[in-house]
Design a protein around this ligand. Structure first.
Ligand SMILES: C[S@@+](CC[C@H](N)C(=O)[O-])C[C@H]1O[C@@H](n2cnc3c(N)ncnc32)[C@H](O)[C@@H]1O
Length: 222
């Protein structure tokens, strides 16, 4: 759908709402567009967290894995609820906004690419990839600099940023796209210096050399 059609669609919709002759919510909710985009979202979320949990069990053992390994925090649930609310409101009032299929498909591509990068990071780092940042050096903890870690220093975070913003582009959610980008970027912008403070303590000049050679993988984070 082009922008011209979309703006025309908004005008038509406002008129239909004023005249009380707009489509019912169930008609819109069960439309092809909504069914496809919402089921893609559900599958993306279930696959992401399910595989995250499974890999944590494989690398750290069931007894060391808690529900936090699913990476579901209160803020995360609120952000996801906000995105679904935005989606449903826009679906009802501006259904044309959800018909930008090239945008939605680009978001789907980001979800797939982000997921692959994140999982490559987890598999490459293996036991070193803990969901909580390590503050004490374990003898067995070695610095990982090969595979995806030779391209960016924080591929797990790069993957998550691409995946999470991708979910919102896939839903054609303009507001949540901006909010997710800012919130996730800000989270990693603070977390990376904290994580690297400990990595420098563990690995010293080896980490300094790694950090000068390889970019962080998060835009505008050195
Ligand atoms: C959630 S993982 C994230 C790893 C990395 N920041 C990423 O995005 O792929 C956090 C743990 O990974 C460890 N870690 C981060 N980078 C590492 C590296 N290059 N080699 C070994 N361990 C690393 C940290 O000590 C921390 O406990």
């Amino acid at each position: 759908m082009s922008l011209k059609h979309f703006l025309g669609d908004i005008k038509t919709n406002v008129l239909l709402h004023l005249l009380g002759t707009s489509s019912s919510f169930s008609e819109i909710f069960f439309s092809h567009t909504a069914c496809r985009q919402l089921s893609q979202m559900l599958f993306a979320v279930l696959f992401f967290h399910g595989s995250e949990y499974l890999l944590a069990i494989i690398f750290h053992g069931k007894s060391n894995v808690t529900l936090s390994s699913l990476l579901i925090s209160q803020h995360y649930v609120l952000a996801m609820l906000f995105s679904v609310l935005e989606y449903l409101l826009e679906l009802y009032f501006f259904p044309g906004l959800k018909e930008f299929w090239w945008v939605s498909n680009f978001g789907l591509l980001m979800v797939v690419v982000g997921e692959i990068i994140r999982k490559l990071a987890i598999i490459t780092a293996g036991r070193a990839f803990t969901h909580l940042i390590q503050r004490r050096h374990d003898e067995r903890h070695k610095l990982v600099t090969h595979g995806v870690y030779s391209i960016v220093r924080h591929p797990g975070y790069t993957g998550f940023l691409i995946w999470s913003v991708g979910t919102q582009i896939m839903l054609c959610n303009p507001l949540a796209t901006v909010v997710f980008t800012l919130v996730v970027w800000n989270f990693f912008h603070r977390r990376i210096p904290y994580e690297e403070y400990f990595l420098r303590q563990f690995f010293g000049s080896e980490y300094d050399e790694f950090a000068t050679r390889v970019p962080s993988g998060i835009p505008f984070v050195k």
